[in-house]
Design a protein around this ligand. Structure first.
Ligand code: AP5
Ligand code: MG
Length: 218
């Protein structure tokens, strides 16, 4: 059982690595951001709540997000492990995850923290395109799809995220610094934190993460 968390600022490469790590170990990739965006596009009650926060770059309230993750981690496909991307993002979420892990007997094995400079984050976010269907990330310079505007994985249409504007990105980075960066110390204290260099190429970083996780998974 390999239960993992990915931490890192907006644009660090969490989604990009999560997709590859989840495939490598055969565990579900659970992105709270993707779940919220899907709910918004399907106009569900959850989507109506999320839309009030997400497009401006603010966090969806803890009670909504924690309830959602608890339900998701109760599903059968997480019995061999899971990879959380974008959760937890606040101390109350981290504490709730600890409780959920204990209750479901699915405790976290490692927290991978991807770091990158602000300049690089801006370059990545401004050039990012995502699949409107499955959420897979691309980049106009560094990660082009095989066919322009079309997702390699599911043939969905590639679009720009509404929170990838300069203004919303500024808010997301400020929210990250205030609410999410303290989780680095929280997980350092629990001995679960693994720091990695997000400035490496996508493939180099993936190899490094797998080497580190194989040690955890022994
Ligand atoms: P979420 O969807 O999680 O967004 P985020 O944390 O801001 O992170 P991003 O998805 O923008 O970046 P990423 O690290 O995944 O980078 P990516 O791999 O795409 O959350 C969005 C919103 O949902 C939040 O603001 C909030 O409103 C809400 N929400 C979600 N979770 C919540 C929670 N727990 N509580 C409350 N609210 C929550 O890569 C970025 C780009 O860089 C891509 O173009 C990619 O191709 C490129 N790239 C990636 N890696 C590399 C590399 N190594 N070298 C070169 N380019 C690279
Ligand atoms: Mg992401």
């Amino acid at each position: 059982m390999l239960n993992l968390v990915l931490l890192g600022p907006p644009g660090a490469g969490k989604g990009t690595q999560a997709q590859k790590i989840a495939k490598h170990y055969g565990i579900p990739h659970i992105s709270t951001g993707n779940i919220f965006r899907e709910a918004i596009s399907n106009k569900t009650p959850l989507g109506q709540i999320a839309a009030r926060y997400i497009n401006d770059g603010n966090l969806v309230p803890d009670d909504v997000t924690i309830g959602l993750v608890k339900e998701r981690l109760s599903e059968a496909d997480t019995s061999n492990g899971y990879l959380l991307d974008g959760f937890p993002r606040t101390l109350p979420q981290a504490k709730a995850l600890q409780e959920i892990g204990d209750e479901l007997n699915k405790p976290i094995a490692a927290v991978i923290n991807i770091a990158a400079s602000t300049d690089e984050l801006v370059t990545r976010i401004s050039g990012r395109r995502v699949c409107s269907n499955c959420g897979a990330p691309y980049h106009i310079e560094t990660l082009k799809p095989r066919v322009a505007g079309v997702c390699d994985i599911c043939d969905g249409e590639l679009i720009q995220r509404l929170d990838d504007t300069a203004e919303a990105f500024k808010t997301r980075l400020a929210v990250y610094t205030k609410d999410s960066a303290p989780l680095e110390d929280y997980y350092e204290d629990t001995g679960l934190l693994i720091n990695v260099n997000g400035l490496l190429s996508i493939d180099q970083l993936f190899s490094e993460i797998i080497a580190l996780l194989d040690e955890v998974n022994e």
